[in-house]
Design a protein around this ligand. Sequence first.
Ligand SMILES: Cc1ncc(COP(=O)(O)O)c(C=O)c1O
Length: 379
Amino acid sequence: MKPLVDPKDFPASRKSLYLNAASVALMYRGAAEAVVEWQEDLAHNGTINFDEIAEEAVFDNLHEAAARLLNVQPDDIAVGTSATELLSSLAWSIAPGPEANVVSTDIVFPSTLYPWARVARHTNCEIRLAKGENGYADPIDIIELIDDNTAVVSISHVEFVAGQRYDLTRISEAAHSHNALFVVDATQSAGMLPIDVQDSLLDVLVTGSYKWLCGPFGVSVMYLAPHLQSKLDPGLVGWRSHKDMWDHRAYRLELPDTAKRFEFSTMAYGCAIGMTRSIEYLLEVGIDRIFTYTRHLADTLSRGLKDLGAEIASPENDGERTAIVTAQFPTKDSATVAQHLAQHQVIVSKRGDFIRFSPHLYNDLGDVQQALELIGDII
Ligand SMILES: Cc1ncc(COP(=O)(O)O)c(C=O)c1O
């Protein structure tokens, strides 16, 4: 199997055995260069080059790239600085009332749930959580919690501990049959696997940039379905929230009738340029190809780990498995194994009692073999 991309596109990929995209992926070289170039230009030229037109173009370009990634329209995309920030603004904009409930899982990443829990402390809505175990939650348990009082179903497309993938269409249909909104955190899936928002019938999708999208910290995007775009009143507002952000008259606020209404402030714009570059790069490689390739790496890793005596927590069936492999060794505690791996430049994450491996497009089968050999030595 040939490597998927030129290692020069990911200079750090030859420095270590980097199997940690689910935490922070290696950044695409073109994205890193864009961040630095923007910062340097600002430092040396102020707003001479980065004028108001350039400032608007940064977000417009990211709207377009993200729209292509998700198969939606640029007007459906808002830019933020983190997934958490966008989800928080969203949760306040919906603010389910005391009769309503929000459905999620108890193994979801905190940022997918905390914003709703915070709103619930204010409005007294109910939070209903499907119970998971070892990073896995049964989708039937999620669906069974949804009823006519459900305002929102908020899940992570791919669960962060064991990499379980949900069938979005299935959960979406269940949510919509009760008139609930379906909100998906795609931070652990965007860039790793194809997402067609139209096919999956999503109402909202949020993703950061620094994991599977191989972009920088400090930027994120949100898809907002057209039926919500002139309806929701964002939880966070600022000067960019106005229809014409250069209007600057503080005594009035007219929100745009697009997803842009969730954009509210300045940011480190170089990060948005970096995310645009990395999305364009991944689209050129092909998200389908990335998914096939990384799952092959993950399957090989999973088989090798099992041969070394590991117990695999990640689902193994075709519909639920991803490029994330989460394992533990009955004979050695995971903290010790992870520490040993780090000493040998094998970069992974410890999550709960498990070690989480997450290869990406810059890895190859040689990396997997080498990691397995080192783990064999340690075990
Ligand atoms: C599912 C999920 N959502 C959100 C985040 C963090 O998002 P951000 O740092 O953009 O707020 C993570 C990070 O691990 C995650 O796994």
